[in-house]
Design a protein around this ligand. Structure first.
Ligand SMILES: [Zn+2]
Ligand SMILES: [Zn+2]
Length: 148
C-alpha cells in the first residue's frame, strides 16, 4: 500500500518536505514546522538530491510503499522526482546515463555468452550455418526492440 508521509508533530499536518541524503539515510524536513524525519535508504543504489529534476523546486511530497519498504518523492510543483545520482559498485558517483551504459554492456556480454552456448549446441547437433544465422537475427531483433 502506498501512503503519503505526513508530519507527525502535534498541530502540524504538513505534507511537503525538504529532503537531503546523509550517509545511508534520507532526511525529510517538514516545510511547515521544521521537524526532521530520517528513513533508511541503504537499499538504494542512488542518492536523491535536494531539488526537482525538472523545475528546481525544493519541496517534495513523500510516498511510502509499506510492502516494499521503499520511498518515493514527488515535486510539489510539477510532480517530477528529485534529481538523483547513482553510485556504482566501487562507490563512485555516476550519472544515470553512465549507469545505463554499464548495464547494457553487461547485458551484451551475457548475450554473447548465450550466443556462444547456442552455437556450441548447434555444432553438436550438426545443424547447418543457416540456423545459426537465424538465431543471431532473433537476438539482434530482440536487442533493437528493447529501448533502455
Ligand atoms: Zn510539521
Ligand atoms: Zn518540479
Amino acid at each position: 500500500m502506498i501512503r503519503t508521509v505526513v508530519c507527525e508533530k502535534e498541530g502540524c499536518s504538513g505534507n511537503s518536505f525538504y529532503i537531503y541524503t546523509e550517509e545511508k539515510n534520507l532526511i525529510l524536513i517538514c516545510s511547515e514546522c521544521g521537524d526532521r524525519y530520517s528513513f533508511d535508504v541503504s537499499f538504494c543504489d542512488y542518492v536523491l538530491l535536494s531539488s526537482c529534476c525538472k523545475c528546481n523546486n525544493d519541496t517534495f511530497k513523500i510516498f511510502k510503499d509499506t510492502e516494499k519498504e521503499s520511498i518515493y518523492a514527488r515535486c510539489t510543483e510539477c510532480g517530477n522526482p528529485p534529481d538523483k545520482i547513482y553510485v556504482d559498485e566501487g562507490g563512485t558517483q555516476v550519472s544515470y546515463e553512465q549507469k545505463k551504459t554499464d548495464e547494457i554492456k553487461d547485458l551484451i556480454y551475457r548475450l554473447n555468452e548465450k550466443i556462444e552456448m547456442m552455437e556450441n549446441k548447434i555444432d553438436i547437433l550438426g545443424a547447418d550455418q543457416q540456423v545459426v544465422q537465424q538465431s543471431l537475427g532473433y537476438v539482434a531483433e530482440f536487442v533493437q526492440k528493447n529501448p533502455w
